[in-house]
Write a protein that binds this ligand. Structure first.
Ligand SMILES: *[C@@H]1O[C@H](CO)[C@@H](O)[C@H](O)[C@H]1NC(C)=O
Length: 355
């Protein structure tokens, strides 16, 4: 059976390659210039580990972005936020590369990097010389005191919680942002996701109403009437927090950061869920989410959390605008270990790692 699963994955990978062929052609590896920049980490100088991405230019008809000091407030920008740390660096760089490559107006894309180490700014600038971006240092202490121990160590990385603080970190003039995880690639024009109608909701995301919502919280949560009453006036559905469109103005107005933090405080004493950064989002937003097409989060490509590296997943039926390697396996690790899953071949073209 295993080969059949692998084979069907391979077939969908090939089909997708064909579908994406025109855009893949615009990728010129020959244009990738060796980067000679240096990054300073803990006082040690490292040569940049990443090739310079090709320069992506606007198609005809794109809006001109202002070049003044307040550029970040230009209303024509498409704002994207992503975290950048050493563990997922290769994934974050590939994600940004994929966004620029498939965007018809790449010069309108503004990246907000939430970093664990400010030295990463040099790396971004040398890998994407034309990119409009800003780097924000995310103070781990903000969440460390709010986090309790959980099943998976990876979920306890403070940077996982940086998405909770976008509304506070980003400039007040930035009123909407797309938040993306670091283990995904975008294979469609990000401006389509950007122009999602949130219908008055604060966040938009693909929703999964058939998923068993009960299992995201403990029996203790459901048996505590005060806690579980939070869902009494809504029909909550699971959504993945790795791809979200956020109305930052509404978030600030209604103080959602504090609401999320309040649930994290409750978790410390009452143990109302097992996972890390996701459940507080579900508690605050599930049932109040603007639905986005599932093609914008083809999730689970990382495979099974328990079975680990060798478990490959296929795509979900329907359109494909974003491929997400959520789960325990990451494409760069599987490629390096010479045990890639068939769909990892769709991540590889965006990889800029290695000189
Ligand atoms: C949903 O999950 C809960 C907790 O894991 C379980 O008790 C329940 O039987 C599940 N419901 C369905 C319909 O599978």
């Amino acid at each position: 059976m295993q080969w059949m699963i692998r084979f069907s994955g391979f077939v969908s990978a090939m089909m997708l390659m064909i579908v994406l062929a025109p855009s893949l052609q615009s990728f010129h590896p020959a244009e990738a210039i060796r980067s000679s920049s240096h990054t300073h980490i803990d006082g040690v100088t490292h040569r940049s580990w990443f090739r310079q991405a090709p320069t992506f230019r606007d198609a005809a008809g794109c809006k001109q972005i202002r070049t003044s000091a307040d550029q970040i407030c230009d209303p024509s920008l498409v704002h994207v936020a992503i975290t950048l740390d050493f563990e997922y660096l290769r994934g974050s760089i590939a994600a940004v590369h994929s966004i620029l490559q498939h965007s018809s107006c790449p010069e309108s894309v503004f990246l907000h990097f939430l970093v664990s180490d400010t030295s990463l700014k040099t790396l971004v600038a040398s890998t994407f010389p034309k990119l409009k971006f800003k780097v924000y240092y995310f103070e781990p202490e903000i969440v460390r005191k709010l986090i309790s121990t959980s099943v998976r160590q990876a979920l306890e990385q403070p940077l996982n919680y940086a998405r909770n603080y976008l509304a506070d970190l980003l400039e007040p003039c930035v009123r909407r942002v797309i938040y993306l995880d670091s283990d995904l690639v975008v294979v469609d024009d990000v401006s389509k996701l950007w122009s999602t109608d949130l219908g008055g909701k604060t966040i938009g995301a693909p929703e999964y109403c058939h998923a068993n919502f009960t299992k995201y919280f403990t029996a203790g949560f459901w048996s505590n009437g005060q806690h579980s009453a939070v869902f009494s006036d809504r029909n909550p559905c699971y959504f993945n927090t790795g791809v979200m469109v956020i109305d930052l103005a509404k978030w600030r107005q209604f103080g959602y950061t504090k609401r999320i933090e309040r649930w994290m405080e409750i978790q410390k004493t009452d143990r109302i869920y097992e996972l890390g950064s996701l459940p507080p989002f579900l508690l605050v937003f599930a049932g109040h989410v603007a639905p986005i097409d599932h093609g914008w989060n083809q999730h689970g490509l990382g495979g099974d959390n328990v079975k680990g590296l060798g478990s490959c997943r296929d795509l979900h039926p329907g359109p494909v605008s974003l491929l997400h390697w959520s789960g325990s396996g990451k494409p760069w690790l599987r490629i390096d270990s010479k045990q890639p899953c068939p769909l990892d071949a769709l991540w590889a073209p965006y990889d800029l790692y290695g000189l």
